[in-house]
Design a protein around this ligand. Structure first.
Ligand SMILES: [Zn+2]
Length: 76
């Protein structure tokens, strides 16, 4: 079994329905409907340091990379 990705593990035991259901219950991530984890950076997928202002939808690190291309200008 590969332990790196739980979805891969689920694929290996899909034919065993009872075992697969138990695996889904305890090991797969929960789908969120609210909270800060629903907002992800569109460029890299990072959760923390998210910028919603001006509908950027980027994390702060990606914003630093892309800011000049988008049209932001750094004063001082
Ligand atoms: Zn990012």
């Amino acid at each position: 079994m590969t332990a790196s990705d739980p979805k891969k593990m689920l694929k290996q035991i899909e034919h065993k329905t009872a075992k697969a259901n138990k695996f889904r219950k305890h090991n797969l991530g929960k789908k969120r409907t609210c909270g800060f984890t629903t907002k992800k950076c569109q460029r890299c997928g990072r959760i923390k340091g998210h910028l919603d202002q001006y509908r950027l939808d980027l994390c702060r690190q990606c914003f630093r990379d892309v800011a000049i291309k988008i049209g932001f200008k750094k004063y001082n």
